[in-house]
Design a protein around this ligand. Structure first.
Ligand SMILES: [Zn+2]
Length: 292
């Protein structure tokens, strides 16, 4: 177990309020893509090194569409993480996915329009495969762990990502339903893309809070009911993290952590030192920076 890289975890501010977590430090990271949402919290959970980041910053000050995902993911990579577990609240797009259920999606449909969702929008030219946008090994472990802690969990499914900050119109929601998607949210597709470019395994836990706006016969929702669901979901997410983290093996047999191996199009001579230095954390394995 000694060769395990730290496991990254991102979600709401509450995700690192896990009783078993031993907090060791709070680390500020600067990146070529700007400032991450918050300081990273490093610690140990069940004997494993972990790094937490509150996706929306302390006090949930940044909305999903305003999060600097590139800085957030770059920061995890800079701190040595080769895995990111992401926790997010979603709306259900299927009758059978009830509020407080857990979904472990394996497909993503990115319907955002203006996000900065690549590290490689200038040289070098890199085209990663996103056919399977989440790590299937982590997906399996997350599903098993969710069942183990008593969640009503669904394995696989498609997560449609919208820009936000507003929720869908009823017309949009009905169109998405026609596409056959399972859940709807605003965060994970951007994280999944960036994790693949950063050669990190990405697994996501979706916590169902409501039925979006398509379900016209659902009973009126009260604020009390929503708060109760949010609390229940947060407790479940923490229980799953506590369960899954010690199960993640150092060797996984997936290709996430070699995703750039055949993705680099630029010839190495065409990638200047300046770029190698700036993106060192991401591309050092393939395009080393020789300077000081
Ligand atoms: Zn993987």
């Amino acid at each position: 177990m000694g060769d395990m890289n730290p496991v990254g975890i991102t979600g709401g501010t509450g995700v690192y309020e896990i009783a078993e977590l031993e907090i060791l430090d709070r680390v500020e990271v600067s990146t070529p893509f700007g400032q991450p949402s918050d300081t990273y919290v490093t610690g140990r959970l069940q004997g494993v090194d972990v790094v937490f980041l509150a996706r929306h910053g302390g006090g949930h000050r940044v909305p999903a569409c305003g999060v600097n995902y590139r800085a957030n993911i770059f920061g995890f990579k800079a701190l040595g993480c080769d895995t990111l577990l992401s926790v997010s609240a979603v709306g259900s797009m299927k009758e059978e996915y009830h509020p407080t259920d857990i979904v472990i999606p394996d497909q993503l449909y990115d319907n955002t329009r203006t996000r900065k969702n690549t590290f490689f929008d200038s040289a070098p030219a890199i085209h990663v495969s996103l056919a399977d946008p989440t790590c299937l090994v982590l997906g399996e472990l997350l599903f098993e762990s969710a069942l183990k802690v008593g969640a009503k969990a669904h394995k696989g499914g498609t997560y449609v990502f919208i820009e936000g900050p507003a929720f869908s119109t009823r017309a949009e929601s009905k169109v998405y339903r026609g596409w056959g998607v399972d859940v709807i949210g605003m965060t994970g597709a951007t994280e999944a893309r960036l994790c693949r470019e950063a050669e990190m395994c990405y697994g996501t836990i979706s916590l169902v809070t409501d039925y979006d706006v398509w379900k016209e016969d659902s009973e009126d929702v009260t604020m009390d009911a929503i708060v109760a669901i949010l609390h229940q979901n947060a407790d479940m997410a923490k229980a799953i993290l506590n369960e899954v983290i010690p199960r993640i093996p150092a060797e996984r047999g997936c290709e996430c952590r070699d995703s750039l191996k055949y993705a680099l199009v630029s010839s190495p001579e065409a990638v200047p030192d300046e770029v190698r230095r700036r993106l060192n954390v991401l591309i050092n394995k393939y395009l080393p920076y020789e300077g000081v």
